[in-house]
Design a protein around this ligand. Structure first.
Ligand code: 26V
Length: 823
C-alpha cells in the first residue's frame, strides 16, 4: 500500500520546512513570525508525525492481514522518553530537520529538543526495558503491539529542597502531546465489582454469570513506534479510562445531574496516576483496578482483531503471543479464561489450552516484599468471577501436584495460588507461572535463582518451562542518539552498520593499542563530560572539572542498590584528603541521581544524606581539585541521555542476589564507562564479556551473602576490623554532615550497624580496595582508555536486538514480517 502524500510527507529539508509552516498556521494557529520555541517544537513534531504515517498505516495493514503471529507485550509501564529525536533518527531526516529549523532562525536542534516533555509512564528499569523492547521489535520488523496505560500523571518530578526530595505532580500532557492518536471508535468496556450467579444454559450446562456493579470505558491512545531505517512501524496502545454513559443516563432519569458528573469524575480516576512500584499500601485497590482495566481492554482488543477477520477464537494462539511484563498484567490468565468461557462459550479444557499456549511471563524481581499478593477479600470484592476461575485453576493444578507428590501436604501449600499464611491472599507470580508456557528471568544469575530459590518446586515440576533472556538496551537511543561524538567516531572507523549489528563493535579491539584512536575515543568522552559539567553547573551551581574522573550512580534510590555504601566511600575519601593522605587519590566528581518512592522513608533519608555530604565536601577548599559530590535532581530518560556518554566509572554495587539484572549497567558499558560492581544481575555477564581485567570487581558473592545470613550477620565484626570504617561512621554520628545534628542520620547508622538485610558493612572494605584500584588505573590514562574502549567493543551482546531475537526464537516463535511500501 501507499498512503504517502508527497507534498505533505516529503523527506527533504524543503518539505520539512513546508510541513512546519503548514502546521504552525493550520494546526497551531500561529504565524511563523511570532512562533515560540514550543510552537516550533510542536510544528516539527507534527511534521515528523506526518512522515511516520505512511509507514505506520502500511505496517498496520500488513499486520492486520498477517499470515502469522503478532507479539502483544503487556506492561503497566512504558518509559518511552522523548520522541522527536528518536523519530528523526529512525526516519533518517535529522539533517533535513536541522536545515528546516535554520530557516526559522534556530541554529541548533537541541534548542527544540529541550522543549519536549517526556512521558514518565514508568518507575525505572522495568518500564524502560519495555520501551527498548518496543523499539527493537520495530527495528527487527516483528509485528508487535505494546499494551499499557495512558496515565494522566506519570512518575512525579523530583525537586531537591534543603537536601530533601520534594515530589511534584508530573503534568506531561499540559501543553498537548503530539505523538498520540486517540481511537475512540475502538473503545472497550470493562466491569468491576458486583457478584456472580449460577444458571443453566440452553444445553443444560451449569454456568456462572458475572454481573458487575460498575464499568469503565477504555479509550485507546496509539503511539507509533518506528524501527530504525525500516518501514516497520509498530504500535504502542495505551488505554485511558473514561466514565460510562450509563451513569449519566441513570442520573438523568432521577434528575441528579451533578451527582452524575461526580460519578464520572470518580470513575475517570482509574488511569489518573502511576503508582510507585515500591510504595506503601497506598492505593492498592486502585492499582488492582488499573491492572484489570488495561489487561481486559487489551485481551478484548486481540479477540476483536480475530472476529473482524472471521478467524475462529480457537486460533488465538496462532495469531497472538502474549508476554506478561512482571505480574502486573498476570490477571490476564484469569481474564482470558473468562472471555473464552463466559463470552465465547468454550469448555474449560479448550480455554485452558488456548490460554497456556498464548501466555508467557517474565519475572523481574526476587525480593519477597516486591512479589505481588492481593488480599482475598479485596480481590473478591473487585473481581468475583476471576476469583472463581482462579479457584478452579488452582484446584486442577493442585490435583496434578497431588498425583506427582502423593501425601505431600507441604508442597501443596507451597505451590498453591492461595497463600494461607496470615490473611488469605492471591500470589500473582503463582498464577502467572501456572498459566504461562514459559517463565523467564532477566539475567543468567537471576534466572538461576528463580529456579533455585524463588520457585524451586515449580521448576522441578516443569523444568522446560523455565528459561533466561538476559535484558538488553537499544543502541539507537543509548548510543546513536545520546552520544553523537562517539557515534561519529564509530561510523568513521567501522562504518554505520554497528547501529543494527552491535557485534561489529568487536572490530574496535584491533585499535586497543592505537594511541591515536584511543585519544579520539577519549576526546569523545571528554566532550560528553563538558556538556554534563555545564548542565550540573546550571542545575546545582556546583562547578565540576571535566578532566576529573566522573564516577556515577544513577538509578532508583533503594537500600538494596546501596547508594549509602557509595556515600560512605565518599566520606572515607574525604577523610583521607583531610588527613593529607592524597597519594593514591584521583580527582573525582561523584555524581548521584535517582528518585525515592514517596513513602520510602529510608530512601528519602539517603538522598538527604548524599546532599549533606555534598554540602560539606563542595564547600571545603581542601577538597578543591580532588573531590566534588553532586546530586542531580529529577533523574529521567532525558537526563540519562546526558549522563551515560559522560561517565568514566559506573557504580553497580547492589547486594549480590538482589538486582535482577540492571540495564543502566549496559548503557554505561556501551558508552565506554568502566564498571565497579558486585557479582549481581547482568554485571556477571558484563564482566564475562568485557573481560575481568576491564572490570573492578568487589564484594561477597550471592552464596557468601547467604552463608553470612545463615550464620547470623553481625556488622560489628566487620566494623571492628576497619579503622577507616570506624572513623567514617563516627563522623556521621557527630553530625559532621548535618550541621552538628547527631540525630538526623541516626536511622541510617542504626540500620547499617544493626539488622541490615543488605550487608553494607560486610562489603565496605573490599569496595574501598576496589575504589583504590580505580584511582590507580585512572592515573594511567592510556591504559584506562584502552579498558574503556574494550568495554564499548565487547558490549554488543547487551543490545536489546539480541534479547528480542532470543524471545522471538525460544519463547514467542515469531518471525520478522518486512513491510513493503510500493511508492
Ligand atoms: C522493587 C521493590 C524493592 C523493594 C520494595 C518493594 C519493591 C517493589 C517492586 C520492585 C521492582 C520490581 C520489578 C522491577 O522493576 N524490576 C527491575 O526490572 C528491571 C528490568 O528487568 C531490572 O533490570 C532490574 O534489576 C529490576 O529491579
Amino acid at each position: 500500500g501507499c498512503y504517502a502524500d508527497p507534498v505533505r510527507a516529503g523527506m527533504d529539508a524543503d518539505a520539512v520546512f513546508d510541513g512546519m509552516t503548514e502546521h504552525l498556521f493550520f494546526t497551531l494557529g500561529k504565524l511563523a513570525t511570532s512562533a515560540s520555541l514550543r510552537d516550533l517544537y510542536m510544528a516539527l513534531s507534527f511534521a515528523v508525525r506526518d512522515r511516520l504515517m505512511s509507514r505506520y498505516l502500511t505496517s498496520q495493514e500488513t499486520i492486520r492481514a498477517r499470515p502469522q503471529k503478532t507479539v502483544a507485550y503487556l506492561s503497566a509501564e512504558f518509559l518511552i522518553g522523548p520522541q522527536l529525536n528518536n523519530n528523526l533518527l529512525n526516519l533518517g531526516i535529522k539533517k533535513e530537520a536541522e536545515e528546516a529549523l535554520k530557516r526559522f532562525g534556530i541554529e541548533s536542534l537541541n534548542e527544540i529538543l529541550e522543549v519536549e516533555e517526556e512521558p514518565g509512564l514508568g518507575n525505572g528499569g522495568l518500564g524502560r526495558l519495555a520501551a527498548c523492547y518496543m523499539e527493537s521489535l520495530a527495528s527487527l520488523q516483528v509485528p508487535a503491539v505494546g499494551y499499557g496505560i495512558r496515565y494522566e500523571f506519570g512518575i512525579f518530578n523530583q525537586l531537591i529542597r534543603d537536601g530533601w526530595q520534594v515530589e511534584v505532580t508530573d503534568k506531561w500532557l499540559k501543553g498537548g502531546w503530539p505523538w498520540e492518536l486517540p481511537q475512540p471508535d475502538e473503545a472497550c468496556l470493562v466491569g468491576f465489582g458486583g457478584q456472580t450467579e449460577s444458571y443453566t444454559d440452553d444445553n443444560g450446562n451449569y454456568r456462572s454469570r458475572w454481573i458487575p456493579s460498575e464499568h469503565a470505558i477504555g479509550v485507546p491512545h496509539d503511539v507509533p513506534v518506528l524501527g530504525y531505517r525500516v518501514n516497520s512501524c509498530d504500535r504502542l496502545r495505551l488505554w485511558r479510562a473514561d466514565a460510562t454513559e450509563s451513569f449519566d443516563f441513570y442520573a438523568f432519569n432521577i434528575g441528579d445531574y451533578y451527582g452524575a458528573v461526580e460519578e464520572k469524575v470518580a470513575s475517570e480516576t482509574l488511569s489518573k496516576v502511576l503508582y510507585p512500584n515500591d510504595g506503601t499500601d497506598e492505593g492498592r485497590r486502585l492499582r488492582l483496578k488499573q491492572q484489570h482495566f488495561f489487561v481486559s481492554c487489551s485481551l478484548q482488543d486481540m479477540l476483536r482483531s480475530l472476529e473482524k477477520r472471521s478467524i475462529a477464537v480457537e486460533e488465538f494462539p496462532n495469531h497472538w503471543t502474549v508476554q506478561l511484563n512482571d505480574t502486573h498484567p498476570a490477571i490476564a490468565v484469569a481474564e482470558l479464561m473468562r472471555l473464552l468461557i463466559d463470552q465465547h462459550r468454550l469448555d474449560w479444557d479448550k480455554a485452558w489450552e488456548i490460554t497456556n499456549r498464548s501466555v508467557a511471563y517474565t519475572n523481574h524481581t526476587l525480593l519477597p516484599e516486591a512479589l505481588e499478593k492481593w488480599d482475598l477479600s479485596l480481590f473478591k470484592n473487585l473481581l468475583p468471577r476471576h476469583l472463581e476461575l482462579i479457584y478452579e485453576i488452582n484446584r486442577r493444578f493442585l490435583q496434578q501436584v497431588r498425583l506427582k507428590y502423593p501425601g505431600n501436604d507441604l508442597i501443596l501449600r507451597k505451590l498453591s495460588i492461595i497463600d494461607e499464611e496470615g490473611g488469605k491472599a492471591i500470589r500473582m507470580a503463582h498464577l502467572a507461572t501456572i498459566g504461562a508456557h514459559h517463565v523467564n528471568g532477566v539475567a543468567a544469575l537471576h534466572s538461576d535463582l528463580i529456579k533455585r530459590q524463588l520457585l524451586p518446586e515449580f521448576a522441578q515440576l516443569w523444568p522446560e518451562k523455565f528459561t533466561n533472556v538476559t535484558n538488553g538496551v537499544t543502541p539507537r537511543r543509548w548510543v546513536a542518539l545520546a552520544n553523537p561524538e562517539l557515534s561519529k567516531l564509530l561510523d568513521k572507523e567501522i562504518g554505520p552498520n554497528w547501529i543494527t549489528n552491535m557485534d561489529l563493535l568487536l572490530e574496535l579491539e584491533k585499535k586497543e593499542n592505537d594511541s591515536n584512536f584511543l585519544d579520539l575515543f577519549a576526546s569523545a568522552k571528554l566532550s560528553g563530560k563538558r556538556k554534563l559539567a555545564g548542565y550540573i553547573h546550571r542545575q546545582t551551581g556546583v562547578l565540576v572539572d571535566p578532566s576529573s574522573l566522573f564516577d556515577v550512580q544513577v538509578k532508583r534510590i533503594h537500600q538494596y542498590k546501596r547508594q549509602h555504601l557509595n556515600a560512605l566511600q565518599v566520606i572515607a575519601q574525604y577523610l583521607r584528603i583531610k588527613n593529607g593522605i592524597t597519594k593514591n587519590i584521583a580527582p573525582r566528581t561523584v555524581i548521584f541521581g535517582g528518585k525515592a518512592a514517596p513513602g520510602y522513608f529510608m530512601a528519602k533519608l539517603m538522598i538527604r544524606f548524599i546532599n549533606g555530604i555534598a554540602d560539606v565536601v563542595n564547600a571545603d577548599p581542601d577538597m578543591d581539585g580532588l573531590l566534588r559530590v553532586v546530586f542531580l535532581p529529577d533523574y529521567n530518560v532525558k537526563l540519562g541521555e546526558q549522563v551515560y556518554p559522560a561517565t568514566d566509572l559506573s557504580e553497580q554495587i547492589s547486594t549480590a542476589g538482589k538486582e535482577a539484572s540492571g540495564t543502566g549497567n549496559m548503557k554505561f558499558a556501551m558508552n565506554g564507562a568502566l564498571t565497579i560492581g558486585t557479582l549481581d544481575g547482568a554485571n556477571v555477564e558484563i564482566r564475562d564479556r568485557v573481560g575481568a581485567e576491564n572490570f573492578f570487581l568487589f564484594g561477597k558473592t550471592e552464596s557468601e551473602i547467604m552463608e553470612l545470613r545463615d550464620q547470623g550477620y553481625s556488622p560489628n565484626s566487620f566494623i571492628a576490623e576497619s579503622n577507616e570504617l570506624q572513623e567514617t561512621l563516627k563522623l556521621i554520628e557527630v553530625g559532621h554532615f548535618s550541621n552538628g545534628d547527631s540525630e538526623l542520620f541516626r536511622p541510617i547508622i542504626n540500620i547499617l550497624t544493626g539488622n541490615d538485610p543488605f550487608f553494607v558493612m560486610a562489603d565496605f572494605d573490599d569496595y574501598l580496595r576496589a575504589q583504590d584500584e580505580v584511582s590507580k588505573a585512572w592515573k594511567k590514562s592510556k591504559k584506562w582508555n584502552r579498558m574503556a574502549l574494550l568495554n564499548t567493543a565487547r558490549s554488543g551482546f547487551f543490545s536489546s536486538d539480541r534479547s528480542i531475537r532470543e524471545y522471538c526464537q525460544s519463547i514467542w516463535k515469531v518471525k520478522p514480517l518486512p513491510v513493503e511500501i510500493s511508492c
